[in-house]
Write a protein that binds this ligand. Structure first.
Ligand SMILES: [Zn+2]
Length: 143
């Protein structure tokens, strides 16, 4: 509990929520924490969350989201470079490992699960970018 006579300070605590997916099943509590309001696991993405995040409501947290995913087939370099045109400044980069990609973006949402579901929802909306993908790790931060 804060001391009563301490002057109020702006909240600058950085919130980080992350999860590794795929290696083993998430516990029921973990899975629930990462389920968006539409009942989808954030790691699979949610088109409704993606559409909702377009509203840019300043009352909501601005989350920085990172999602690592694998694909069965390589994504062409040109597609990686063109991603900015489709996705509100979302970035798609390839770390050193073959067939592992990093999708990053900023979205406003109440919860980390919604923020991650929104960013991965972008992939669902843009099947010409990635046909099939498997998310291995997710991270959402805001300050
Ligand atoms: Zn959703």
């Amino acid at each position: 509990m804060p001391l009563p006579d301490r002057p109020p300070r702006p909240q600058r605590r950085r919130v980080v929520e992350s999860a590794a997916l795929g290696e083993r099943e998430q516990s029921r509590a973990e899975a629930a924490r990462w389920t968006c309001p539409h009942g989808r696991h954030a790691g699979r993405g949610c088109v409704t969350c993606y559409e909702d995040s377009a509203e840019d409501d300043p009352a909501l947290h601005l989350w920085e989201v990172a999602a690592w995913f694998t694909t069965a087939r390589p994504i062409p370099i040109k597609t990686l470079q063109d991603i900015h045109r489709h996705g509100r400044g979302f970035g798609l980069t390839q770390p050193s490992t073959p067939l592992v990609y990093l999708l990053s973006g900023q979205v406003r949402a109440a919860l980390a699960a919604q923020a991650v579901a929104a960013v991965i929802g972008f992939l669902l909306q843009n099947r010409h970018v990635v046909e099939a993908f498997h998310v291995t790790e997710i991270r959402a931060t805001h300050s």
